[in-house]
Design a binder for this molecule. Sequence first.
Ligand SMILES: NC(=O)c1ccc[n+]([C@@H]2O[C@H](COP(=O)([O-])OP(=O)(O)OC[C@H]3O[C@@H](n4cnc5c(N)ncnc54)[C@H](O)[C@@H]3O)[C@@H](O)[C@H]2O)c1
Length: 287
Amino acid sequence: MYSFHEGYQKVLGIDLDGLPNMTAGVKNLKSTKDILDLSGKTAIVTGGAMGMGFCTVNRLCEAGASVVIADVAAEYAEKNLEYLSSKGYKAKFVKTDVRYPDQIQAAVDFTVKQFGSIDILVNNAGVWNHRLLHDITEETWYEIMDINLKGTVFFVKAVAPVMETQGRGGKIVNISSIAGIPEDPAPIMLEYVASKSGVLAVTKSLVRAMKPIGVNINCVIPGGMLTPGACTTSGTEEAKNIREALPPSPVADPDEVARVVFMLTTHISDYMHGATVLVDGGCCLGM
Ligand SMILES: NC(=O)c1ccc[n+]([C@@H]2O[C@H](COP(=O)([O-])OP(=O)(O)OC[C@H]3O[C@@H](n4cnc5c(N)ncnc54)[C@H](O)[C@@H]3O)[C@@H](O)[C@H]2O)c1
């Protein structure tokens, strides 16, 4: 820990006393292009076969990363790989059900074998359903909790040793939801609320393990997005009626959120640990 004055001298190598003005930070300036460049980096995106996950894959590839899509939806992933390779991007698919740690480990091993490293993980795979308290069962509870929350934690557990051994840090972005914000949880998605507020909390908790190995772990909270999942949400009639009676909320092209997820995988997040970034079109402010 340095004092402010010492920091200028030791971290930035600048003698504050000799400075005519406060332009010290400029010494370390990287170009904006370099900050956003992911050339030579490898990323895993869970649930990257469609929706916001695929938009994120596309952004990462465009910035030069090699990307592995870890998803259960093989057909969608293969179709999208055709698109990515037509653009000259480096992307692969590994069929992975994030509920199962052995499949997560296999996806990590596959990525290292294909591309030689893992620098970025986006924990995006997610499922939800509209149900009320009396509709939930152990089965629905575990399905949603296992995919959204357990999958997130076990993927972090699997990539952390790889990132630590590589010794050049890394970026992890976990995807929560406005439904999981503890102050205003959605009333008709109990399992989803629990899983997504869990994602928020574990992101902060994991900073203690990730920061010492140079990994920035942060969380994005999307609002409504028009994705395959959102357009096909199932649920009971009763829950749907409650949902329809709620005031309308904004919905976005998923790329609008994916751009922010992408940003957190770049040098932009170098000073961010355990941050929650709300990208909801003003929904939480009632806009
Ligand atoms: N769409 C929204 O309005 C919205 C709002 C807030 C948060 N989110 C969150 O954003 C993320 C992306 O959502 P989306 O709308 O793009 O969803 P989507 O349903 O369109 O896509 C989700 C992807 O996850 C994959 N997936 C599902 N179960 C999986 C499993 N067990 N293992 C691996 N992959 C699995 C699906 O095959 C799919 O490719 C999710 O975490 C979701 O909870 C979505």
